[in-house]
Structures are given as structure tokens and as C-alpha cells.
Write a protein that binds this ligand. Structure first.
Ligand code: C2G
Length: 132
């Protein structure tokens, strides 16, 4: 069984998120998604609208996702790859190169981001500050 892992906040789940989850799953048979805890989001200077628990429940309902685990720190990835016997690590290419250190442990793939959608864009447009 080829196991894939990806990381993120996945707040206000949108079609850009679904797109990367769908493509990540195509690299194997089992997709683990490590979602940032609320505490880790603070480290990322991100304030998620949904709590970790709600973001977890939502992701677990996505047909491409087989398992959801917490992302608590920046440096848990090597341990995660080993512990979960991960073969492929996938991230959007806004992270291009940032996780190449994992190449020692698994395949590292950066996929093009989906243009035209982001949680930030949703929030801004809902608040009436239309960025476009
Ligand atoms: N993404 C995408 N297209 C978008 C928006 C997001 O492909 N329009 C991808 C991102 O590149 C990322 C994933 O969806 O791979 C999750 O995005 P975020 O929730 O914004 O995650 P991020 O804050 O980048 O956290 O340790 C890694 C971090 O936890 C990643």
C-alpha cells in the first residue's frame, strides 16, 4: 500500500483544497492529512475560522482522505513519515523546495496551487474588501 501525506490548515474547505487532496491521493492508495492544531496555527500566524475538531470532522468526510492526524509543530514531518511509513509527501507549490529535506525519507512532490481561490480571499470578500 502506497501511503501519501500532506499538511495544512484546511480552513473553510474550498475547491482548491479538494483539488490538492484529489491529486495527492492519485499518488498512492492511502492519504493521511495532517491538519494544523489551533495552537500551531498561532505559530503560523493563522486564525482558522473552524476549530481543529471541526476541520478534522470536515476533512474526514472527504472521499480522498483516509486518515487525519494533528500537525502540532514544524518539525514533526520526518517523524510522521517514519511512524506512518509514508512513501509520498505532497504539498502545494507555494511551499516549493521548503520540504526537500524529506527526500531522504520519501518522495517529495509540489503540486501547482489552484488559482482564484483561497481562504483569505473568501474572508476578504465576505467582509466586503473585495481584493480583485
Ligand atoms: N492549496 C492549493 N490551492 C489553493 C489553496 C491551497 O493547492 N488555492 C493547497 C496549499 O498549497 C496546501 C494545502 O492546500 O498544500 C493546504 O493549504 P493551507 O490550509 O493554506 O495550508 P498552509 O497554511 O499552507 O499550511 O506544514 C505545512 C503547513 O501546515 C501548510
Amino acid at each position: 500500500m502506497i501511503k501519501v501525506i500532506t499538511y495544512g490548515t484546511f480552513d473553510l474547505l474550498h475547491w482548491g483544497h479538494i483539488n490538492i487532496l484529489k491529486r495527492a491521493k492519485e499518488y498512492g492508495d492511502y492519504l493521511i492529512v495532517a491538519i494544523s492544531t489551533d495552537e500551531f496555527n498561532q505559530l503560523k500566524n493563522k486564525k482558522a475560522y473552524y476549530t481543529y475538531e471541526h476541520r478534522k470532522v470536515i476533512l474526514e468526510a472527504v472521499k480522498y482522505v483516509d486518515e487525519v492526524i494533528p500537525e502540532k509543530t514544524w518539525d514533526q514531518k520526518v517523524e510522521d513519515v517514519k511512524k506512518h511509513h509514508v512513501d509520498v509527501f505532497v504539498m502545494g507549490d507555494d511551499w516549493q523546495g521548503k520540504f526537500d529535506f524529506l527526500k531522504e525519507y520519501c518522495e517529495v512532490i509540489y503540486l501547482p496551487r489552484t488559482e482564484g481561490i483561497s481562504t483569505t480571499k473568501i474572508k476578504k470578500e465576505l467582509m466586503g474588501n473585495d481584493p480583485s
